[in-house]
Design a protein around this ligand. Structure first.
Ligand code: ZN
Length: 367
């Protein structure tokens, strides 16, 4: 008999401060102490899950805000679901629920909203990805021989996920340090130069997790040597589990996108599985997902600098306020009922968001 492990978002409770939960598995985090999130990192915007919402202002454009509406529609449903999973990230998930829920239009035409900056929030991921692409595009363009490297270890259980991620980071660090030493001794032309992203996915068939690194390195020789070094650090990892291939600009930009695939496909059905996602988010809470090695971090375009201070100063100049209404899939003007964007969820996308975000619907073969 299949256990009742499937939720739909519609059945989940609204914000109450405590999670009303019905799930039959995946509560292993309850006895863990909530870890402090203290690191200030390259992907710092994504490391402060406990932080309050941050104000940002941006000029309104239908194209940009229409896309924001689409990802908000999905993220909103996911946030409600995640907030109902027993998790040390409970508060952070509710922050995502409120992320850009209210948009205030200022007299200068800019729109002010508060953002959660959490790594699972697709609204914030869009902003973060755009910023990273802009930041690193010139460097990546200058690497004409660049290669993508994927470094993996054998899949692990949920219980081992966090430790596995730590081991991978430590193993990589050992490689980096030994390359630096070799470079100093004149045995190597350069220290390790790479952009690295940590990703983790869940395999619903085996119920195992697959943490891995994606890297962009300047040339094929670096890519191949990195693969060899990795295998010497992790003898249980398979040679053909590691991938090396030439990278074009598009492939490099993948590095700046979401750190986990939200959607898993099983028996041709697409799901967002909240239990496994929560396990992944907990395992990397407070850590970096994007990091660079041997590279001076390029300066961020001045126009992309946080406009929080400016937004605060201008709060008196608010001319209109829109609130997110999930049923509509849009921000609605409180006074006029007007919609902020022309975005309208397609029936297919609405059906996906409303029925396919589940706790963990691992299908078992029935006789
Ligand atoms: Zn957000």
């Amino acid at each position: 008999m299949l256990k009742n492990t499937t939720w739909t978002v519609k059945s989940l409770s609204r914000p109450t401060g405590s999670a009303a939960v019905r799930c039959s598995s995946g509560a292993s985090s309850l006895d863990k102490l909530a870890r402090q999130v203290t690191s200030s990192t390259v992907d710092g915007a994504f490391s402060g899950e406990e932080n309050a919402l941050a104000l940002k202002a941006a000029p309104f454009s239908e194209e940009n805000f229409g896309k924001r509406a689409r990802v908000k529609f999905l993220t909103q449903a996911m946030a409600v679901g995640l907030a109902n999973v027993p998790s040390q990230l409970h508060k952070a998930y509710w922050n995502t629920f409120y992320c850009s829920s209210t948009m205030q239009e200022r007299s200068d035409g800019k729109t002010v909203a508060k953002f959660c900056k959490n790594r699972w929030c697709l609204v914030c991921c869009r902003i973060r990805s755009a910023k990273l692409i802009k930041q690193y595009a010139p460097l990546l363009k200058s690497w004409t021989e660049k290669h993508l490297v994927t470094l993996t270890v054998p899949n692990c259980s949920r219980a081992d996920l966090e430790a596995t991620v730590q081991q991978m980071k430590a193993g990589f660090d050992t490689i980096r340090r030994s390359w630096t030493m070799q470079h100093r001794r004149g045995q190597r032309p350069a220290p390790l130069i790479a952009l690295r992203k940590l990703e983790a996915t869940h395999n619903p068939d085996s119920d195992t997790y697959h943490p891995h690194f994606h890297l962009v390195v300047p040339d094929l020789a670096t890519a191949n040597e990195l693969r060899v070094s990795w295998l010497s650090q992790f003898p249980s990892a398979k040679w053909n589990g590691q991938d090396v291939r030439p990278a074009d600009a598009g492939a490099s930009h993948e590095l700046f996108k979401y750190f986990t695939k939200l959607i898993t496909t099983q028996s041709k059905e697409r799901f967002i599985r909240l239990g496994p996602l929560n396990a992944i988010f907990e395992a990397i809470a407070g850590g970096r997902t994007f990091q660079v090695f041997g590279i001076k971090v390029p300066k961020v375009d001045e126009q992309l600098v946080d406009e929080a201070a400016e937004a605060l100063a201008d709060e008196l100049n608010i001319v209109a306020v829109w609130d997110w209404v999930q049923e509509v899939g849009n921000w609605v003007n409180k006074e006029t009922g007007e919609l902020r964007t022309k975005y309208k969820p397609s029936p297919e996308f609405r059906a996906f968001v409303e029925t396919k975000i589940v706790y963990n619907s691992i299908k078992k073969k029935t006789s």
